[in-house]
Design a protein around this ligand. Structure first.
Ligand SMILES: [Mg+2]
Length: 110
């Protein structure tokens, strides 16, 4: 599925008050990212036994990553950005950093 098509479909399921159109999906994005981390934390704690992550946990993570995508998409929509444009810009930034051997390091303006 193309990112912009996903974004268009996701928009149909967004229900939040217009006055919170930025903060609502931003909070959701942070919450869902936290759910991803929580599932990984429990794997690190040993909840799946020693070693590999369980299939069930991986599937749960897939669901949480989908939730992250939905909130990212919704926030992008409210900020009038397309997911295709965000993805393209991000790849251009990373390619440039790689060409200039600046993948490692700190700072948004590398
Ligand atoms: Mg979730």
């Amino acid at each position: 599925m193309q990112l912009n098509k996903y974004q268009k479909e996701a928009k149909k399921t967004a229900i939040h008050p217009k006055r919170y159109k930025i903060i609502y999906p931003a909070i959701g994005l942070g919450n869902e990212a936290g759910e991803v981390l929580g599932k990984i934390k429990k794997w690190l704690r040993g909840d799946d036994g020693k070693g590999e992550m369980s299939k069930e946990r991986k599937n749960a993570l897939k669901g949480e990553l989908g939730d992250v995508l939905w909130y990212l998409s919704t926030l992008a929509t409210e900020l009038d950005f397309s997911l295709d444009d965000i993805a393209r810009s991000n790849l251009e930034k990373l390619r440039s950093r790689k060409e200039r051997k600046l993948i490692k390091g700190d700072g948004d303006k590398r």
